[in-house]
Design a protein around this ligand. Structure first.
Ligand code: MG
Length: 259
């Protein structure tokens, strides 16, 4: 082979390897108002920030509704497939076990929400297949739960992303097996009587004590490989936790309605 061709090949190889490390899509629709496609493989990843050490459960304020406080509560406030929340409950946590999504019986609109979650200690799979779950406000707007510690996926699908819409400002994911916190301030969307959008949902997300979305407009219902879009819905909806087939754990979930 000609020497200059060999040099070209050698130069080309690292680029190809880098492409492989950047999963995502090139054939999805654009995200409305952004220069990126949904799950865009070329969208830059947020800076990784060393997380603070995990701590004890954050006590619920006295006016909060405790949605899950540990074993004693036995998922009484939750439901799921076949009108039953079937996740495993052990000690202080509940764990995804393949029985489907779970959701609260009570419904919420504007709220402050605190959720603690933990990716499986046994690291299995990669990208979207590692420690995937999700916190869905009103049953439809997802804040992604994923093991994003040393695990690359498309930027709008990593931990604390507004899935398919916006990556977090930084990646402060803790190691698998360590408890992590989401503190969310959510303002529900408003719809006019004719069903048109009067004001979009707004969300602030604090991951492990760090702001990762600041009063951001949500662009509509969470979608996979499709652009987010609003469909009119009731002023309140359940909080939903996703069963994506990975044994993610949740503990100490509380909410303060703000309407
Ligand atoms: Mg998810």
């Amino acid at each position: 082979m000609h020497r200059s061709l060999l040099v070209l090949l050698a130069l080309a190889t690292p680029v190809a390897a880098q492409d492989k490390k950047s999963p995502g899509y090139a054939d999805t629709p654009p995200i409305p108002g952004q220069e990126w496609r949904v799950h865009d493989a070329t969208r830059p990843h947020p800076k990784v920030l060393a997380p603070t050490p995990a701590g004890a459960p954050v006590p619920a304020p006295t006016d909060a509704i405790v949605l899950f406080g540990g074993a004693a509560d036995d998922l009484a406030q939750w439901t799921g497939r076949g009108d039953k929340a079937g996740w495993k409950v052990e000690g202080e946590y509940m764990e995804v076990n393949g029985t489907g999504d779970v959701r609260t019986r009570e419904e919420f609109g504007d709220c402050q929400l605190h959720v603690e979650w933990c990716a499986p200690v046994e690291v299995k799979g990669e990208g979207q297949g590692r420690g995937n779950s999700g916190v869905f406000l009103m049953g439809r707007y997802e804040v992604q739960v994923l093991d994003s510690y040393d695990n690359v996926t498309y930027a709008d699908g990593q931990a604390a992303a507004l899935y398919g819409q916006a990556p977090p400002m930084v990646n402060v994911c803790r190691k698998p097996g360590e408890w992590q916190t989401y503190d969310i301030v959510f303002k529900a969307p408003r719809f006019a009587e004719d069903g048109t959008l009067a004001s979009p949902a707004r969300i602030t997300v604090i991951h492990n004590g760090v702001v990762v979305h600041s009063n951001r407009d949500l662009l509509g219902t969470t979608n996979h490989r499709a652009a987010p879009a609003y469909t009119p819905h009731a002023p309140k909806g359940p909080l939903k936790l996703q069963d994506h087939g990975n044994p993610v754990r949740f503990r100490n979930i509380w909410v303060r309605p703000l309407d």
